[in-house]
Design a protein around this ligand. Structure first.
Ligand SMILES: Cc1ncc(COP(=O)(O)O)c(C=O)c1O
Length: 350
């Protein structure tokens, strides 16, 4: 089957900055998008229920356990407004994906950020030490953005068991499909624990290549779903993405291809990095973070001047850059630009 052609933006920028899927959705999904356009004038009511059912059956859970969102960021927002608020506290890692903190602050909640361990996993002991009776939500991003690193499953289970009884834990599995067979990782949807305080967030933006259409979901206990649903935008999924998601869930070949391609591209990136004496953090995602031993803000700017966008600064990792995996020619452009930077020579002699 022919790959659908990707719309090249005419600004000439290489976008390695948002952990998107550079290849976009599979051909079958593109076909579903095209044929769904005819329903664009209708509210997506029927689609909401059928997609909820489809996701529930994919995960072997009840439909009451599934909550759809306009991207998984809407799931994070619903969790913030359902479980946080003035006098309450969110605990998260630092650095991690920033949306949860933003929504926590919008709900007037306090936020405690606990630095990742030297191995870039969540410092669960440190997070537990910060937890009090007012800690009503903990955010765990696994694999973590921006570091692409894992927090071991068994440590997470012990951690959840020790948290205060009223503390809800949201596990953001946006990069689940890229975590692979690592023994340290197991999804809390595929391998649930018997604990109604656990919410898992997933997205169609990454492995399925649908970031531009906005769809995410949560799997949680029915009463947790009900509580979060109150904060959902009315008709928060659109008529196009619901058809696209159905096709994506029925296209296991497309899914496997997307996963395998990312593994190959990630290996290529590591080969190129190691050849340049760079030592990226082991990646379990579709992006890579690495210490370039120079302030990230300056490096980002130098790439920008060469029309390449890489990830934003992620303090306190001030000398690390985050690079999303792009198409092969985009990665070549990245390494050409890298080789033209003064840093590349310094690192070679390190
Ligand atoms: C960890 C994490 N969660 C959620 C999101 C947002 O995903 P969505 O497009 O589903 O809102 C991202 C996007 O980069 C992410 O890195």
């Amino acid at each position: 089957m022919m790959e659908p052609s990707r719309l090249k933006t005419n600004d000439g920028l290489v976008r390695l900055n948002s952990n998107e899927n550079a290849y976009g959705p599979s051909t079958r999904v593109v076909d579903a998008i095209k044929s769904s356009i005819g329903g664009a004038h209708r509210y997506p009511r029927g689609e909401y229920d059928s997609l909820t059912e489809r996701i529930a059956s994919t995960h072997n859970v009840k439909a009451e356990q599934v909550l759809l969102g306009c991207g998984s960021t809407e799931i994070l927002r619903m969790a913030a407004f359902a479980f946080l608020g003035a006098g309450k506290q969110l605990i998260q890692a630092s650095p991690t994906f920033e949306a949860m903190e933003r929504y926590a602050r919008a709900s007037d909640s306090g936020v405690k950020s606990v630095r990742l361990t030297p191995a870039f996993s969540h410092d669960l002991g440190g997070m537990l030490a910060q937890s009090t009776a007012s800690t009503t939500l903990v955010y765990v991003c696994n694999p973590n953005n921006p570091t692409a690193s894992l927090t071991p499953r068994k440590d997470l289970e012990t951690f959840i068991g020790k948290l205060h009884g009223d503390t809800v834990v949201i596990i953001d599995e946006a990069y689940h499909h890229y975590a692979g067979e690592s023994g340290a990782y197991a999804s809390f949807i595929d391998h649930p624990i018997d604990d109604e305080r656990v919410i898992v967030a997933r997205t169609f933006s990454k492995v399925y290549g649908l970031a531009g259409l906005r769809l995410g979901y949560a799997v949680a206990a029915p009463k947790v779903v009900q509580r979060m649903r109150k904060f959902a935008t009315e008709d928060n999924i659109n008529a196009v993405v619901s058809q696209a998601a159905m096709a994506a869930l029925n296209d296991s070949d497309g899914l496997n291809k997307s996963i395998e391609r990312n593994m190959d591209d990630r290996q290529e990136f590591f080969n190129a990095a190691l050849a340049r004496m760079l030592k990226p953090i082991d990646s379990h995602a579709n992006f890579v973070m690495m210490n370039v031993l120079h302030p990230a803000t300056g490096v980002i700017q130098l790439f920008r001047e060469r029309n390449i966008l890489i990830g934003r600064p992620f303090p306190p990792l001030d000398t690390y850059i985050r690079v999303s995996l792009g198409l092969p020619d985009e990665m070549q452009a990245f390494w050409r630009a890298w080789d033209g930077l003064p840093y590349s020579k310094d690192l070679m002699s390190h």
